[in-house]
Design a binder for this molecule. Structure first.
Ligand code: SF4
Ligand code: SF4
Length: 413
């Protein structure tokens, strides 16, 4: 698309991104077919092409309005449109730039600003979130239904093997995951321990920065990234093989640290090094596939029927579609057919709280697809999807590594 940037955006980081991405879009509309908000709302302005057009107008000098902001807010950042686009349009980069300039021009109402700030502080602070969750779990029986659904029942972690191997990997503990599902990282540690790798964590690291990033607070997001880089670099220097992500929403963010800090003279190189060392747990286990298959019992019988939900941050954000399904099947699980796997479940970070109607509709549609094959369990790879889907499902929703851990321990059936 021919683009002529307004003078105020020339030679700015946002303007540079906008010019490059806008030029790549040929306006073909192929992306509309796979956009969840277009499917739910049916309006061009809630499609990738419509949003690209809105952002083009802004970067060419039009004054953004609250309506412009609403259409950008309604985007899930699922990036299904990137996977579909034949021209390689980096929609996610453009959206980040567009949201930043629109927010600066339009602002937020006082109520909206308080809500967004509370979400950012509450969810990205593990101590605060843990306390709030424990209070909610204690009073769970007294909560109204809609709130009870948002408070998951307590779930014990199980043992985390003490470090004993020469091979070591580092794990990002995460902000909400250790409180809601501490068993996910413990299961990962047990699986890796069987493969001869000790999994360790660094308490100085914290939220990956994704929460602040998606709420448009770039300075808080960059501060979180620098803190994690400072915590992790000494481990890489000491020989840790990889930084392992068990939540694909965090993984997509940490793999982007190099880009996010590219203009920082002190951190650019360090951030690129951290990003290069970061791996989703599926990448680690696919690389260890042969050893893993020798450890899994020959026959998991009867094979549990699993409906697999690939998070957008895994299949679109990290382009890691298909590997986990293949590994689960090779390990003996039976995967049920699921339609429209490419579509978002509506969780999308804080989206399910900020856009509850669209998120609720997407959850209903996703659960119907997942339930169609009558699974005994739904498996996924991101804590946000897991809790969002579980809040509407009687079928248990688990992290796929927990299933693998149970299979290795002979505790599946
Ligand atoms: S983003 Fe890609 S698929 Fe969508 S209109 Fe532009 S070129 Fe076509
Ligand atoms: S990121 Fe997802 S919701 Fe946003 S425009 Fe692309 S496909 Fe639609």
């Amino acid at each position: 698309m021919q683009t002529s940037l307004a003078s105020q955006y020339r030679n700015t980081p946002e303007g540079e991104v906008a010019e490059r991405v806008l030029r790549a879009c040929v306006h073909c509309g192929f992306c509309l077919a796979t956009c969840p908000t277009y499917q739910v709302l049916g309006s061009e302005l809630d499609s990738p092409r419509g949003r690209i057009y809105l952002m083009k107008q802004v970067f060419e000098g039009a004054t953004p309005t609250a309506k412009t902001q609403l259409h950008l807010d309604r985007c899930l950042t699922c990036r299904a449109c990137e996977t579909t686009c034949p021209s390689g349009v980096e929609y996610g980069r453009l959206l980040d730039a567009g949201r930043a300039v629109v927010e600066q021009a339009v602002g937020r109402s006082a109520g909206e600003a308080v809500k967004r700030s509370a979400l950012k502080r509450g969810l990205s602070n593990p101590a605060l979130f843990n306390t709030a969750l424990k209070l909610g779990q204690t009073a769970r029986g007294l909560l109204p239904g809609f709130l009870k659904d948002k408070v998951p029942a307590a779930d014990p972690a199980g043992t985390w093997p003490a470090p004993r191997h020469a091979r070591k990997m580092l794990v990002l503990e995460g902000c909400v995951q250790p409180a809601i599902k501490p068993g996910i990282n413990a299961a990962t540690a047990r699986v890796l321990d069987r493969l001869g790798v000790s999994l360790v964590a660094d308490a100085q690291a914290g939220c990956c920065g994704a929460l602040a990033h998606h709420l448009n607070d770039h300075s808080d997001a960059l501060a979180a990234m620098r803190r994690n880089i400072d915590a992790w670099l000494p481990h890489l220097d000491a020989g840790v093989e990889a930084i392992v992500m068990t939540a694909s929403g965090c993984g997509v963010m940490v793999k982007d640290y190099g880009w996010q800090l590219r203009h920082d003279p002190v951190y650019a190189e360090k951030a690129a090094r951290i990003a290069a060392a970061t791996k989703d747990i599926s990448e680690v286990l696919v690389a260890e596939r042969d050893v893993l298959l020798r450890l899994v019992p020959n026959a998991i019988s009867p094979a549990p029927r699993v409906a697999w939900h690939p998070p957008c941050t895994l299949q679109h954000g990290q382009q890691l579609g298909g590997d986990i399904e293949a590994l689960l099947v090779a390990c003996g699980f039976e995967l049920t057919p699921v339609a429209d796997k490419h579509l978002c479940c509506g969780s999308a970070g804080t989206y399910s709280i900020l856009q509850p109607e669209i998120a609720g509709e997407l959850k209903t549609r996703k659960l119907a697809s997942l339930a169609a094959g009558q699974p005994e369990v739904i498996a996924t790879a991101n804590i946000g999807c897991l809790t969002h889907l579980q809040s509407g499902s009687h079928v248990p929703v688990r992290h796929w590594v927990e299933l693998l851990d149970a299979a290795l321990a002979g505790q599946l059936n």
